[in-house]
Ligand binder design. Sequence first.
Ligand code: ADP
Ligand code: ASP
Ligand code: MG
Length: 424
Amino acid sequence: MARIVMKFGGTSVADIGRIRNVARHVKREVDAGHEVAVVVSAMAGKTNELVSWVQEASKAEGTNFNIYDAREYDAIVASGEQVTSGLLALVLQSMGVNARSWQGWQIPIRTDNAHGAARIAEIDGSFLIKRFEEGQVAVVSGFQGLAPDNRIATLGRGGSDTSAVAIAAAVKADRCDIYTDVDGVYTTDPRVEPKARRLSKISFEEMLELASLGAKVLQVRSVELAMVHKVRTFVRSSFDDPDAPGMGDFDNPPGTLICEEDEIVEQQVVTGIAYAKDEAQISLRRVADRPGVAAGIFGPLAEAGINVDMIVQNISEDGSRTDMTFTVSSGDVDKALAVLEKGRATIGFDAVQHDEGMSKISVIGIGMRSHAGVAATAFNALAEKGINILAITTSEIKISILIDGSYTELAVRTLHSVYGLDKQ
Ligand code: ADP
Ligand code: ASP
Ligand code: MG
């Protein structure tokens, strides 16, 4: 007997038929004698709809402003998961499985106070372990918890993955299965490159890079938690026939295992390609080149909660002035420009320019640590396709390249092929 946390994403619970299919996956594991807790997302599209209602309701008449109380946002958008946890519990009961729904506040899953993007602070595993002892399948609403102000908090988009991994860590589960609409983690988004291959294993570190650089198959925070707490995490498909041969294989279920680096025998130089659309570039022209200028620019941006990503600095020939270029996500451009304008006198720059609609393409692989020339290969391949590189950043296991967004798909496919990742 083992202990398994099973998480089902939005498309997997999109209607009652799919919820029935999900219930068959759950029943399979229960019938095999395992202790099972389930985490569910809202039905596909539901969270987006709730977010759009929040925006509509909070718009002051005659304006375009969208400032709202994040605590009410949380109360509203967390409701999608409440519906699916109840529905799945009902369907499981109709199949003879002892199940009930639990909301984040009932367990409780304690978070910090950062409403809208809260982090899980603590889950007392003994609550769910009691449910196992009672032979109950707890169906837990993902994406939500209880903040110190005694109000519902949500964990940021895609946060049900994080709920599942955090629960798996809290109950010391033998496995956390993330069921989604693809049958594993691919070398790149299979919707962009049909030649993408499914990986049987990927290291925590590479998965962390893939997720933070745009592959939304897992929320970044869920990978961090899996890495820290050594949760054996599988990404697998909910659309597979729940009773097909091998589906209940405990050690080797179909899907991708996220694991320690040394569990991977055949290590490639490049493991995957990720992309992030909707990047924007902001350039400050002719900034005085003196100590403290970078702090003067990026300090206030950070205080405003704006995430600055790639930074490029060009110093003028006489060394007195510098151009500072950096990227933020498109949604943050207006806020960033306002912050910069406000600090104009202190920072001291001549002009500010911005361009939206950029994409960041990233090449990821732990094999890069020991191989030279990986970046040069990317630059040559993109040059051959006539794709201009606007900015570059690198780390030990990744290279990120900023390009015009209209070339996103071409760039992803080009890099996927040049590193030999295409399916045979
Ligand atoms: P869920 O609703 O189950 O949480 P998501 O839509 O959040 O599912 O994540 C699954 C999607 O992630 C897939 O449909 C796929 O298009 C996308 N994706 C992006 N990059 C990858 C990748 N490298 N491997 C697998 N899927 C990826
Ligand atoms: N329903 C939430 C979202 O759409 C959480 C999740 O699906 O993981 O972001
Ligand atoms: Mg998701």
